[in-house]
Design a protein around this ligand. Structure first.
Ligand code: TRP
Length: 334
């Protein structure tokens, strides 16, 4: 049976954290290991440059770091193909053709883009490349005929826009692309360690996949719990308590967790004890990643060789799909 193509990835703008893991990375690894899929993982450096045009070295360094995070998290380069966006010029070419199938108004209505323009404080100085990145992201997915896209919930508007573009293309030029669909995590979006907003590097509230056991311990110990849970005997609030939110997301022992929550709510459980459990759970998840990272981190040349080889084989596929695109568009002149 033909394997379904998975396409997803990240901007290389910093180390990956538990929010990335919960939102998409865990799903990628699980699907990879299921066997019925052919995963492609894009390191979206072109997209990173849409808001870091003046910092190409920063983007460059993060290509290695993000790849290390992937390998540490369990992506197996023997199954999952990791590649760099800018090294596949067919994506840029497809983006240009897609641009004719999207209106300006539709782009400016994309809620993710709108939110990011505000967040990043661009004011009226928004680069064309930035506003247009949903189009380029549609090309990221379709140039390889991606069907399944494991992403966090913030990417749903991108997938909606990609589907619209695919429909417009197929209607105008003939059926070339499958409609991609997002695969969302069952776990709700992870808040940062302060519990207030989403986990993000720029907010300084993240636990990274590359954090040491000590750093994880310090970050967990600094987490807010229930401000009214002053003495151990006081009844504690589980809901909205970020330590429990994390336990919900990561603790494999669900029945033990139910018990702990009951006890905490009834009074008599120290915050320290709940936090200690979370430290154990998180380090249990991260320790195998640390071990795998060790193997690769000492040999960056090997890591880059993995990305190069993934990029080469992706490029091969890209040229085949672009031939088909040009034929469909009747621009295969010579
Ligand atoms: N926009 C995604 C993010 O910020 C990264 C990305 C780029 C992506 N191209 C993609 C995700 C294609 C899925 C599919 O995380």
């Amino acid at each position: 049976m033909k394997k379904k193509v998975i396409l997803t990835g990240d901007r290389p703008t910093g180390p990956l954290h538990l929010g990335h893991y919960v939102g998409s990375l865990a799903n990628r690894v699980a699907l990879q290991n299921e066997g019925g899929y052919q995963p492609f993982i894009i390191i979206a450096d072109v997209q990173a440059l849409t808001d870091h045009a003046d910092r190409p070295e920063f983007v460059r360094e993060n290509i290695l770091q993000v790849t290390l995070d992937y390998l540490a998290a369990g992506l197996d380069p023997g199954i999952s193909t990791i590649f760099v966006q800018s090294m596949i010029p067919e994506i840029a070419e497809l983006t240009i053709y897609f641009m004719n199938l999207v209106t300006m108004n539709r782009l400016l209505r994309n809620p993710t883009v709108k939110a990011e323009i505000k967040e990043k404080g661009f004011g009226d100085k928004v680069a064309v490349g930035f506003v247009a990145y949903p189009i380029s992201q549609a090309a990221d997915i379709t140039f390889i005929k991606g069907e399944v896209v494991p992403v966090g919930a913030d990417q749903v508007p991108m997938l909606e826009q990609a589907r619209e573009i695919v429909r417009a293309f197929n209607k105008t030029y003939g059926e070339v692309f499958p409609e991609p669909r997002e695969l969302l995590s069952d776990i709700p979006r992870l808040p940062g360690i302060s519990g207030t907003s989403k986990m993000s590097k720029s907010l300084g509230n993240a636990i990274y996949l590359s954090d040491t056991a000590d750093v994880v311990q310090k970050k967990v110990m600094a987490m807010y719990t229930d401000p009214n849970h002053v003495r151990i005997e006081d009844p504690g609030q589980v809901e909205g308590n970020v330590v429990f939110t994390y336990l919900d997301a990561f603790d494999p022992d669900k029945s033990g967790l139910v018990e702990l929550k009951d006890k905490y709510a009834g009074g008599g459980v120290a915050d320290k004890l709940v936090k200690a459990r979370l430290v154990d759970v998180l380090n249990g998840l991260l320790e195998p990643m640390r071990q795998r990272r060790l193997v690769y981190a000492t040999d960056p040349a090997q890591v880059m060789a993995i990305v190069k080889s993934g990029t080469d084989s992706t490029r091969q596929r890209a040229t085949e799909v672009m031939d088909e695109v040009r034929r469909a568009m009747k621009i295969n002149y010579f």
